[in-house]
Write a protein that binds this ligand. Sequence first.
Ligand code: HEM
Length: 143
Amino acid sequence: MTGKGLRRGLPVAGPSTVGAMASTIYERVGGEAFFAALVDRFYEGVEQDPLLRPLYPQDLEDSRRHLSLFLAQYWGGPRTYDDERGHPRLRMRHMPFRIGLAERDAWLRHMLAALDEAAIDPAAVAEMTAYFTQTATQLINTV
Ligand code: HEM
């Protein structure tokens, strides 16, 4: 499946264009460097978070790389994530971790704070905020 495939209810590929602009969000926000910096800020928050930190591996290097490549791909960048990791299957990959409302809220808080520091256009911020909120909610796997 290509494009906006829906598997297990999760969007796996982002919109290739936004509004009337014939460019991807990936290009508009500054490409790979933007996603690397966003993910670095996000993990700075996770590192200090007593609820989330224990869920992640000791060494966050791979986690940084995977999330950054995934987001770059989702928003229209190169498909390196798929090449390295295969189909995202986010819901399946998150099943080993207990994700309830508190974990979702903590994850979102760090990601939206990281996004808030980005110097990108408000329309891109709004799209990403909606995407992160929806996807994090869909990853809840416990009552
Ligand atoms: C809802 C709260 C969430 C929690 C508690 C959570 C937690 C985790 C943990 C513990 C891992 C494994 C360690 C790692 O490889 O980094 C992981 C991996 C990952 N997460 Fe999340 N996550 C959440 C939401 C999300 C969301 C909303 C996205 C995407 C928008 C996402 C994307 C990823 C990706 C791409 C990986 C790496 C998968 C791989 O290639 O192995 N996560 N997450």
